[in-house]
Design a protein around this ligand. Structure first.
Ligand SMILES: *Cc1c(COP(=O)(O)O)cnc(C)c1O
Length: 391
C-alpha cells in the first residue's frame, strides 16, 4: 500500500517556489468552506484590497486567477489581444519567449524587440519599434526576468507605449513584493504575477490587475475570448461587485487562505520595507559571492535583488554541485535556462527565502562543496564578507 507523502523539508533558493512561511502553511489547513459562503466572499474582498496594495493600484479589476503565473500571463493575452493584432513583445530571456508564444497562438503578430539574455530591455529599441510599426495594440515585457536576473525599466517602457497609443502588458511574477513596482504611477494597463515567488505563498494562484482602459478593450472585443476559463468577462462576475457573485468555477479555497495570510504578512512588514529587505539581503549575498570569486552576469544597475545569476567556476560540474547541495544540505538553487544553461546558477532570495540565515547556509554550503571539488575559489572568504554586510 502507498503510504503518506512526507517531503524532506528543503531551503528553497531557486527561481521559485520560495520558502513558504509557517504562518502561510498553517493557513492552508484551516477548515474548507464553500466558495460562495459569505465568510469566504468577504475574505476574497480582503484579498482584492490587499492585492491592490501590493500592486500599488486602485484598479477595480484586481483578482487572483485560480491557476499559476502562466495562467495569469495567458489571461492578459487572451483577453486583450485578438487575431490580426500587431503586438510588440520584448524578449531578454525565457518568459518574453512565452509572451510571443501566447501572441502567436491567438493569431496575432508578435513584433520582437530582442536583447541579450542578462540585459535589461533596451528602451531605445522599444521606441524604434513603436515608430516603425504605427498602430500596435500593445507593448509587452517582463519586468523581472527570472531566467536571467535582469530588471527592466517598466515606467520608461510604459511611457513610450502610451505616447504611441499602445497598451502595456507586464509580467511581474517575480517582481511583486520583491522590488519596486507601482502599477498606477507607472501607467501599467495589465499586469500579472504569481504567488510562489516574492509573496512566499504556495504555487498555483496568479494575481492579475487591469486598469479601466484595459477593461474597456476587453469589453469591446470583436470576437469572444478563446478561453472559456480565463475569459475575464465571466471571471469578473465571480470576483465582481457586491451581491452579484455568480458561480464560474470552484475557487481553490484553501490556497486562497494562504494567499490571504501572505498578503496580511506583506502589510504587516510594509511593502517598501519588503523591497528594502530584498535589496539588503541581495547586497549581503553579493558580498559573499564576490569574495568567493564568482561574478554576477547582470550589470549592476539592472540587477534584481531577488534573483541572483552567478557564474560557475571553470571546470566545475554545475549539476553535481546542485545535487550535492540538495542531498547534503537540503538546499535548492536554480540552474541556468535557455541561453544560460550550464553557464550560471540562479540563487533566489524571494519572499521568506530572503533572510540572513538562508544567505549564510547557501554561501557556507557552496563554499564547502566547491572547495571539496577542488574548484578555484577563495575558500572561507564568503561568510565573513556577507556577515560584514549584515551588521
Ligand atoms: C515563474 C514565472 C512565470 C510562470 O509562473 P508559474 O507560476 O510557474 O506558472 C512567469 N513569468 C516569470 C517572469 C516567472 O518568473
Amino acid at each position: 500500500m502507498t503510504s503518506s507523502f512526507n517531503p524532506t523539508p528543503r531551503t528553497l533558493m531557486g527561481p521559485g517556489p520560495s520558502d513558504v512561511h509557517p504562518r502561510i502553511l498553517s493557513a492552508l489547513g484551516r477548515p474548507t468552506i464553500g466558495h460562495l459562503d459569505p465568510e469566504f466572499v468577504s475574505m476574497m474582498d480582503d484579498v482584492k484590497t490587499m492585492l491592490q496594495y501590493a500592486f500599488q493600484t486602485k484598479n477595480e479589476l484586481t483578482i487572483a486567477v485560480s491557476a499559476p503565473g502562466s495562467a495569469g500571463m495567458e489571461t492578459c493575452f487572451v483577453n486583450l489581444i485578438e487575431a490580426g493584432d500587431n503586438v510588440i513583445v520584448c524578449q531578454n530571456g525565457v518568459f518574453g519567449g512565452r509572451m510571443k508564444e501566447n501572441v502567436e497562438r491567438i493569431g496575432a503578430t508578435a513584433i520582437m524587440v530582442e536583447d541579450d539574455w542578462g540585459k535589461a530591455v533596451d528602451v531605445a529599441k522599444v521606441e524604434a519599434a513603436l515608430k516603425a510599426n504605427p498602430g500596435v495594440k500593445a507593448v509587452c515585457f517582463v519586468h523581472a526576468e527570472t531566467s536571467t536576473g535582469a530588471a527592466s525599466d517598466a515606467k520608461a517602457i510604459c511611457d513610450l507605449a502610451h505616447q504611441h497609443g499602445a497598451l502595456t502588458i507586464v509580467d511581474a511574477v517575480t517582481s511583486l513584493g520583491g522590488s519596486e513596482l507601482r502599477v498606477d504611477d507607472w501607467g501599467i494597463d495589465a499586469i500579472y504575477s504569481g504567488t510562489q515567488k516574492c509573496l512566499s505563498c504556495v504555487p498555483g494562484i496568479s494575481p492579475v490587475s487591469l486598469n479601466d482602459r484595459a477593461v474597456e478593450v476587453v469589453k469591446n472585443r470583436k470576437t469572444r475570448v478563446q478561453s472559456w476559463f480565463l475569459d475575464l468577462n465571466l471571471v469578473m462576475g465571480y470576483w465582481g461587485g457586491e451581491g452579484k457573485r455568480a458561480y464560474h468555477h470552484t475557487a481553490p479555497v484553501n490556497a486562497l487562505y494562504a494567499l490571504h495570510e501572505s498578503l496580511v504578512m506583506l502589510q504587516e512588514e510594509g511593502l517598501e520595507n519588503s523591497w528594502q529587505r530584498h535589496h539588503n539581503n541581495h547586497l549581503a549575498l553579493r558580498a559573499g559571492i564576490e569574495a568567493m570569486g564568482l561574478q554576477f552576469i547582470v550589470d549592476e544597475n539592472s540587477r534584481l535583488p531577488q534573483l541572483n545569476a552567478v557564474t560557475i567556476p571553470e571546470g566545475v560540474d554545475e549539476a553535481a554541485v546542485r545535487s550535492t547541495l540538495l542531498n547534503q544540505f537540503n538546499l535548492e538553487i536554480g540552474a541556468g535556462l535557455g541561453a544560460l544553461a550550464g553557464k550560471v546558477w540562479r540563487i533566489g532570495l524571494m519572499g521568506y527565502s530572503s533572510r540572513a540565515e538562508n544567505i549564510l547556509l547557501c554561501l557556507g554550503a557552496l563554499d564547502a562543496v566547491l572547495t571539496e571539488m577542488g574548484a578555484k575559489i577563495n575558500s572561507g572568504a564568503a561568510i565573513p564578507a556577507a556577515q560584514a554586510k549584515m551588521k
